[in-house]
Design a protein around this ligand. Structure first.
Ligand SMILES: NC(=O)N[C@@H](CC(=O)O)C(=O)O
Ligand SMILES: [Zn+2]
Ligand SMILES: [Zn+2]
Length: 353
């Protein structure tokens, strides 16, 4: 990694948690991720979900075709596919996934926890024993949206509650299962991942490193800062920043870039998700610089993820220049528009390729 007053050059990063959607939405966003990242773990929460290896293969083809249509070099971006865990996921399907060279993980959505999670699992340990045992056996990681869905539990406590009621019993029953605690948002999540035994890691988004929950309510309600798990208080943001910039190799980059049409965000019941694929590395660099730890960006963005997934580190490098980047107010999104996170604001870093 090379850091000067005017630029940072690092091994090309990967995005270990990304929503690419499908059809015209996919077409609108895929080139943004391919511009900055070499690979991305692609979330399977389509409608209907990507639940089988065959469906993942077809989705992968659609992603590669969209890239070509967007004029990107399809060989320069590798979508790493995931399966959506359901009560019907069989151990045979897990074996097929593990044997394939393009499915890299299985995603747990607790039913009702987030966007397109209604096909998800209502009771993980009761419903998914065969699949989890097979994943543990084959070394296929489980990616977890770690929030309980009990409406009686306060929205801001759902991640902490998940650790005690699901994560700990899950990892007791399957101690060799590789688990990624996705988009962690709390000090509780950080503390758990830091001290837990066995194969566990966590992704952290740029928005959870940059903002606390006040961002959702600054001078009025700001739907483009609403995502799940929801932004938390400042003490939690500080814990996330400390973890991301720490010596621990258990934390890595996952944007959770989650596009929703402008009209569905600015709505009486607005969708959860922040769009960051356009300017992901600029946002992460801003957060790491604020912490005075730009020197830790490469490990977080480019080294820790491949190590956990057992994949090679990328060979290309990318450069960020210290040059103002004005975030557009809106981007084309099929027949509608997409509002990127922090639209209209200016960042100190620009991606230079
Ligand atoms: N993060 C979000 O707020 N939304 C994601 C789903 C998810 O990752 O939970 C989406 O698909 O829109
Ligand atoms: Zn999620
Ligand atoms: Zn997500």
């Amino acid at each position: 990694m090379l850091i000067t007053d005017s630029a940072i050059t690092l091994i090309q990063p990967d995005d270990w948690h990304l929503h690419l959607r499908d059809e015209e939405a996919l077409q609108a966003v895929v080139a943004h991720s391919a511009r900055q990242f070499r690979r991305a773990i692609v979330m399977p929460n389509l409608r209907p979900p990507v639940a089988t290896v065959q469906e993942a293969e077809a989705y992968r083809e659609r992603i590669l075709s969209a890239l070509e249509r967007a004029g990107s070099d399809a060989a320069s971006f590798t979508p790493l596919m995931t399966l959506y865990l359901t009560a019907n996921t069989t151990s045979q399907e897990i074996a097929l996934a593990a044997a394939s060279d393009f499915v890299h993980a299985v995603k747990l959505y607790p039913a009702g926890a987030t966007t397109n999670s209604d096909a998800g699992v209502t009771n993980l340990l009761d419903q998914c024993d065969q699949a989890l045992a097979a994943m543990e056996k084959h070394g296929l990681p489980l990616l977890v949206h770690g929030e309980v869905t009990d409406p009686a539990v306060d929205l801001f406590d759902r991640e902490a509650m998940f650790i005690d009621t699901v994560m700990i019993p899950l990892r007791q029953r399957y101690p060799a299962l590789k688990v990624v605690f996705e988009h962690i948002t709390t000090k509780d999540g950080v503390d758990y991942v830091m001290q837990a035994e066995g194969p566990i890691a966590a992704t952290i988004t740029a928005h959870h490193l940059l903002y606390n929950r006040n961002a959702i309510f600054t001078g009025g309600i700001r739907p483009h800062y609403y995502c799940l798990p929801v932004l938390k208080r400042e003490t939690h943001r500080q814990a996330l920043l400390a973890a991301a910039t720490s010596e621990s190799d258990r934390f890595f980059l996952g944007t959770d870039s989650a596009p929703h049409a402008k009209g569905l965000k600015e709505h009486s019941c607005g969708c959860a998700g922040c769009y960051t694929a356009l300017h992901a590395l600029e946002l992460y660099a801003t957060a790491f610089e604020q912490a005075g730890r730009l020197d830790r960006l490469e490990a977080f963005a480019s080294l820790n993820g491949p190590a956990f997934y057992g994949l090679p580190v990328n060979t290309e490098t990318v450069t960020l220049e210290r040059k103002a980047f004005e975030i557009p107010f809106a981007l084309p999104y099929g027949a509608t528009e997409l509002v990127p996170l922090a639209a209209g604001e200016t960042l100190d870093w620009s991606f230079a390729g």
